[in-house]
Design a protein. Structure first.
Length: 97
């Protein structure tokens, strides 16, 4: 299986990407998905095959979603809770660093 794919980045959420077959019209995607994703910005076009490696997604999952749903939504990586709070904790720390 070989799929020509356009990958769009979300302007709403850093790290969120939408994979869509190049031949698919964006107006065919679910309205709720597009409201959640926001206005898509083209990031790149790729040829996807089962042998291709992707940085943050399983290629087989992406290919399956493209075939079954007509798109694949890549969510941003989850931040560890302690990393989210670390800057605030350092900001209010009284001890000299």
């Amino acid at each position: 299986m070989k799929v020509m794919c356009s990958i769009y980045r979300s302007k709403r959420k850093d790290g969120m990407y939408l994979y869509v077959p190049r031949k698919k019209d964006m107006s065919e995607l679910p309205e709720a998905l597009m409201q959640f994703f926001g206005k898509p910005e083209l990031s790149m076009d790729l040829v996807l095959t089962p042998e291709r490696k992707l940085a943050r997604e399983d290629i087989n999952t992406v290919l399956r979603n493209l075939e079954e749903q007509g798109y694949h939504l890549q969510m941003p990586p989850q931040e560890d809770e302690y990393l989210v709070h670390l800057p605030d904790e350092l900001l209010y720390r009284n001890d000299p660093i």
